[in-house]
Design a protein around this ligand. Structure first.
Ligand code: PLP
Length: 425
C-alpha cells in the first residue's frame, strides 16, 4: 500500500492507539475536517457537562458560598494540572489573565530587575502582540531601551548564531515564542536559554503554540519565565484564561506591575497597604474567571491520559505524512513548504505557501465548493496553516484535506472568491 492511497490513511487510523480520543470531542458535522485546532481547540464533550454543572449548581444553587467550596482553590488546581505538561513545579505556575497581559506583567518584572541594561531582544517571527507589548514596555520605561529583532532569511526559522549576534551584555530580556505562530519553527529551548544566561539576559518564553503540542521542560532548561494560552492545543475554549510561569528562585525578586488584591499577601484582610503575596500568587491581579478556569479541566485530564510524549509521536508521524502528500500531490501545483522540514525544529502545524493562499482558504471553508469542507487558516501573505492536533486529527482528515486543496488548485476554484481578507482569518 502506498502512502498516497486513501486506504493507507484509513489503515493508519485503524492502527492508531490514540484514535479513540477523537470520539470525546463534539463533532456535530461528520463531514467537516477541522485543521485549525492550533488556533482554537475543539470542544471536549466532557466540558459541556462540566460547565453545565458549574453554572447550574455551583453558581445557580450555591451562589457565593462556592468561593469557599472550591472556587478559590480552582486556579491552583488547574495550574497544578498544567505544570507537568510544561515541565514546571506546581508552585511555579498560575492561571491568570490573557497571554498578552501576562507577557506585559513578566516583561515589566524583568526590566524592573535588570536596571541599567538597555536592550530587549526578540525575533521577527514572533507574534505581533508580543512585539507590541515589548514596544509598550519600552515606552513605559521612558524610551530608554532598544528593541532588537533577530532576522529570518526565509520567513521560516532563525539560526542560533543570528540570535547570539543580537544579544549583548546589556540585554535585559530575551523574549521569544517557543514555536512560531506562522511557520511552526521551534527553538531549542535549552540551548537558547543557556546562551542568553551566559550574556546575563533573562529569558521569557511564549508557549502559546507549544503547550499541549510538544513536550516542554522549563525546569530542565532552567527557563526564567514563561507564558501561554490555553485555547489552542489545550482546548480551553475561546479566550480562555492564560498561564504564567516563574522559576521558584526568581519569584521573590520579581514584582507585578498590577498590584491587585488577588496578588496581595492576604486579600481578605482588606488592608490598605499592598504587600505582595509570597511566591507565584503575587502575579495574580483580580478575581479569576471561574467559568473559564473550569472549562480547561476536562481537556487537561484528557491530555494527561493520552500523554504528551505519545501525542508528540503521533503529531510527528502525521506531519511527515502531510509533508509527503504535499510533495506528491501539491508541489507541482505551485505550493511550497512554509515550515521547517526537520522534526526537531517544528511544532505541530504545517504551513503551505501558495500565491493564492488567501482564496484557497476561502474555497476550502465554503461548503459550496463541493467535496469536503476543510477549515485551515490563512496567515499573511501566503500561508495556509494546517494544524495537527493528535487528540482528534485523523490521518483521513489530512488525506482528504490535501485532496481537496489539490482539486481547488487544479480547477482554480478559488477564482469565485474576492481577494478581500475576512476580519478574523
Ligand atoms: C495565540 C498567541 C497569543 C495570544 O495572545 P492573547 O493575549 O490570548 O490574545 C500570544 N502569543 C502567541 C505567540 C500566540 O500564539
Amino acid at each position: 500500500m502506498e502512502f498516497y492511497e486513501r486506504a493507507y490513511a484509513s489503515y493508519q487510523d485503524e492502527t492508531d492507539e490514540l484514535n479513540h480520543f477523537r470520539e470525546r470531542f463534539v463533532m456535530s458535522d461528520p463531514g467537516l475536517i477541522y485543521l485549525d485546532g492550533n488556533s482554537l481547540g475543539m470542544l471536549p464533550g466532557a466540558t459541556t457537562e462540566k460547565l453545565q454543572n458549574v453554572i447550574a449548581n455551583e453558581w445557580g444553587n450555591q451562589l457565593i458560598r462556592s468561593w469557599n467550596q472550591g472556587w478559590y482553590e480552582r486556579s491552583k488546581e488547574i495550574a497544578g494540572k498544567l505544570a507537568p505538561l510544561i515541565g514546571a513545579r506546581p508552585d511555579e505556575v498560575i492561571m491568570a489573565d490573557s497571554t498578552s497581559v501576562n507577557l506585559f506583567k513578566l516583561g515589566y518584572a524583568a526590566l524592573r530587575l535588570q536596571t541599567g541594561k538597555k536592550a530587549l531582544v526578540s525575533d521577527e517571527l514572533n507574534f505581533p502582540s508580543d512585539i507590541y507589548v515589548l514596544q509598550g514596555l519600552i515606552d513605559l520605561f521612558g524610551n530608554k531601551h532598544e528593541l532588537r529583532l533577530a532576522k529570518s532569511p526565509d520567513g521560516i526559522g532563525v539560526t542560533i548564531e543570528e540570535l547570539e549576534h543580537r544579544l549583548s551584555d546589556d540585554t535585559a530580556l530575551l523574549s521569544l515564542s517557543h514555536v512560531a505562530f506562522k511557520s511552526a519553527f521551534m527553538y531549542d529551548m535549552k540551548a537558547v536559554t543557556q546562551m542568553a544566561h551566559n550574556k546575563g539576559a533573562m529569558v521569557l518564553w511564549d508557549l502559546s503554540h507549544a503547550a499541549g503540542a510538544v513536550p516542554i521542560n522549563l525546569n530542565a532548561c532552567n527557563a526564567d519565565m514563561a507564558i501561554g494560552c490555553t485555547y489552542k492545543y489545550l482546548n480551553g475554549g475561546p479566550g480562555s484564561i492564560a498561564f504564567l510561569y516563574v522559576r521558584k528562585d526568581l519569584q521573590e525578586r520579581l514584582y507585578s506591575p498590577i498590584w491587585g488584591w488577588f496578588g496581595q499577601n492576604d486579600p481578605f484582610s482588606f488592608s490598605l497597604d499592598y504587600k505582595p503575596a509570597e511566591g507565584i500568587q503575587r502575579f495574580l491581579a483580580g478575581t479569576p474567571p471561574v467559568l473559564s478556569l473550569s472549562a480547561i479541566e476536562p481537556a487537561l485530564d484528557m491530555m494527561h491520559e493520552a500523554g504528551i510524549e505519545r501525542l508528540r509521536e503521533k503529531s510527528l508521524a502525521q506531519s511527515r505524512f502531510l509533508l509527503k502528500l504535499h510533495n506528491h500531490f501539491l508541489e507541482s501545483l505551485g505550493f511550497g513548504l512554509g515550515s521547517p522540514e526537520k522534526d526537531a525544529e517544528r511544532g505541530s502545524h504545517i504551513s503551505l505557501r501558495h500565491h493564492e493562499a488567501c482564496r484557497i482558504c476561502k474555497a476550502l471553508i465554503d461548503p459550496d465548493t463541493g467535496g469536503k469542507t476543510v477549515i485551515p487558516d490563512f496567515r499573511e501573505p501566503d500561508n495556509i496553516r494546517l494544524g495537527i492536533t493528535p487528540l482528534y486529527t485523523s490521518y483521513m482528515d489530512i488525506y482528504e484535506a490535501v485532496i481537496q486543496i489539490k482539486m481547488i488548485a487544479e480547477q482554480k476554484l478559488y477564482n469565485r472568491f474576492s481577494l478581500q481578507r475576512e476580519k478574523v482569518t
